[in-house]
Ligand binder design. Structure first.
Ligand code: ADP
Ligand code: MG
Length: 226
């Protein structure tokens, strides 16, 4: 099939806790998937296993049909830098770096030239309405602006899938919605799929699909009307 990312029978346990108890998922290019569910239900674990940050104890994750569990730690970390982008709740920008350096970081780490990386970063900052703020450090940005830098950082290397773990959790409702609009637009521009964990129903409702995780399992896969 046409999945960019797929998972079959994912299991992850911590002692007696079944953080993931058999999850199947198929994500197509351009798909926007919201992952919801109570605290402790396994949402973050699912994101980490899907993105190769954590290795599953059972089951397998496939990127373009290739099993990522078979990759070495180096191979998975390479994958994270090239195929995936990440947006976290907040505070995950490097305080000492400017906005453009933060946005360029994944490309620099992947070995692209400084010129190419900063060029792509500046382009994305402009697209995200941050023109003129390229040289600011995170401490000189509002929460919403910092999250736009995080979106630029997640998208500048044109990943196949962007993972966001409660990216609006530290923002007020309106800024959170604006951030979601910016993220969805950026993903649409690059045909990246988006997997976003959120507690906010108004944010989840903007996804194409909602995946409800309960006790490490998908509870009610639902289709949201377009
Ligand atoms: P969510 O993101 O939905 O709040 P998590 O995926 O973080 O949930 O956690 C799922 C379950 O796994 C919880 O019971 C949590 O306590 C447990 N868990 C997660 N990470 C660890 C870890 N590193 N060590 C032990 N238990 C963990
Ligand atoms: Mg979590």
């Amino acid at each position: 099939m046409n999945s960019v990312l797929a998972a079959r029978g994912l299991v992850k346990t911590y002692g007696d806790v079944h953080a993931l108890a058999g999850v199947d998922i198929d994500i197509s290019p351009g798909d926007v998937l919201a992952v919801v569910g109570p605290s402790g239900s396994g949402k973050t674990t699912l994101l980490h296993v899907l993105s190769g940050i954590l290795r599953a104890d059972g089951g397998e994750v496939f990127l373009d049909g290739r099993a990522i569990g078979e990759l070495s730690e180096t191979g998975r970390s390479e994958l994270r830098r090239t195929a995936f982008g990440f947006v976290f709740q907040s505070g995950m920008l490097v305080a000492e770096l400017t906005a453009e350096e933060n946005a360029a970081l994944p490309m620099l780490l992947a070995g692209r030239s400084r010129e190419e990386s900063l060029g792509a970063a500046r382009l994305w900052l402009t697209r995200l309405g941050l023109q003129g703020m390229e040289k600011r450090r995170p401490g000189e940005l509002s929460g919403g602006q910092a999250q736009r830098v995080a979106i630029a950082r997640a998208l500048a290397h044109r990943p196949r899938v962007v993972f966001a773990d409660e990216p609006t959790g530290a923002l007020d409702t309106r800024t959170g919605q604006e951030m979601m609009t910016a993220l969805l637009q950026a993903a649409r521009d690059t045909n990246a799929a988006v997997v976003i964990v959120t507690h906010d129903k108004a944010i989840a409702d903007r996804a194409h699909r909602i995946v409800d995780i309960q006790d490490g399992r998908i509870a009610v896969p639902g289709q949201v009307p377009a």
